[in-house]
Design a protein around this ligand. Structure first.
Ligand SMILES: [Fe+2]
Length: 378
């Protein structure tokens, strides 16, 4: 079967990345709509970023993005764009702001309502240019080619996907993540680690995604704990690794960790990275028989000494390393820690079995397998 790798947006990284991006922004349009959320404004990050980007062109800010953004949020942001005359979109934030920004860019070039474009390749005109400034170190949304928008009428999360929906530029600037709270660095960082590990062993993995994911695993293994303790260099390294994993997973696919975690998020509102961290080591052990050599390489990338071990022995060091990272970063380890009762496991497992990420898992997982994996985290 053929394999795929879609080219991601251009990355501008490192010291003065924002200043470099500002010069480029001026070539993309004449007025920017900045899409962000109240937390980013309160933390002063919006001011830091717009102080630099605003030197290049006039900006208008829409700061009303909420978690799990819906159609109404996109409509209000689009109305703000039309009123301002903005012809380029800037996202500052995590996945929610980035998804709203991408959606507004689609409407700016195609008109209509975002619900018209649910699905794959449903619009024809190239969206307005989008410049993305990610503010967490996990989702990878800055480099993926779609958006997820809630439709309250149908209670369905609409997915809008197209190769045309890559952002134009993603800006990875150390200043933006330098004061990220340790708890958020830990949980979003565990999301990035899960992306890289799941994609490295997923059915859609290929040599291009392998290089990105293994590289991301190595950087995360060296920096996650320090990032969770506020080390600014480690936070920037995590930001870069999270984009690498984002590029690495969107064609390779994910697996059972995300199937278990997304279900926990939908039923109990558990933070996405936190939910991934609960299951990652147990799913690694479950998957080892399907790809022992790959998990042995993951163990080595996480810094484990695997000299003299056979593949399966070395592979077990991968889950040991993840247990250690989870303990040292202080993320919740048990379902009870996130207020999920053990008697919910049957229903959770039935829903997880239908999750879109599950078929990418290297080892087929039955309902009984998923129940057993949830039970590991009791
Ligand atoms: Fe994720």
């Amino acid at each position: 079967m053929s394999q795929h790798f879609s080219s991601p947006p251009r990355l501008i990284m490192g010291a003065d990345a924002l200043e470099t991006a500002a010069a480029e922004l001026a070539t993309l349009g004449t007025h920017a709509l900045v899409v962000t959320d109240p937390g980013i404004v309160a933390a002063g990050i919006h001011a830091t970023v717009t102080h630099v980007l605003g030197s290049a062109l006039p900006t208008t800010t829409f700061a009303d993005v909420v978690g799990n953004p819906d159609i109404a949020t996109v409509r209000r942001a689009d109305a703000t764009r039309r009123a301002s005359g903005a012809d380029v979109i800037v996202a500052i934030g995590g996945g929610s702001s980035i998804d709203v920004a991408k959606s507004v860019a689609v409407l700016g070039a195609n008109g209509g309502d975002i619900a018209d474009y649910e699905g794959v390749d449903r619009f024809t005109n190239r969206p307005l240019p989008v410049l993305v400034v990610p503010t967490t170190v996990g989702s990878g949304s800055e480099v993926t080619k779609g958006a997820v928008i809630m439709n309250p009428e149908t209670q369905v999360k609409m997915i809008i996907v197209s190769d045309l929906m890559f952002a134009t530029i993603a800006v990875l600037d150390p200043r933006v993540v330098a004061r990220l709270p340790g708890r958020i660095a830990a949980t979003t960082g565990m999301d990035a680690l899960t992306h890289a590990i799941e994609a490295y062993v997923a059915k859609g993995a290929n040599p291009v995604t392998d290089a990105l994911n293994l590289g991301a695993i190595e950087i995360i293994g060296k920096n996650l704990v320090a990032a969770s303790r506020g080390d600014a260099d480690a936070l920037y390294n995590m930001l870069v690794a999270s984009s690498m994993a984002g590029i690495g997973f969107h064609d390779a696919g994910l697996g059972a960790v995300h199937a278990l975690a997304n279900t926990l998020g939908a039923h109990f509102g558990v933070h996405h990275g936190t939910a991934n961290a609960l299951f990652l080591p147990y799913v690694i052990d479950f998957n080892i028989p399907a790809a022992p050599a790959r998990f042995a390489r993951i163990a080595a990338a996480l810094g484990e000494d695997v000299a003299g071990l056979d593949d399966t022995q070395a592979a077990l060091r991968a889950s040991a390393a993840v247990h250690r990272l989870a303990d040292e970063t202080g993320v919740p380890r048990r379902l009870a820690d996130v207020n999920v009762p053990a008697d919910a496991i049957g229903e959770l497992a039935r829903d997880a079995l239908t999750q879109a990420d599950l078929p990418g898992n290297p080892r087929e997982a039955s309902l009984e397998d998923l129940i057993a994996l949830y039970e590991k985290a009791i």
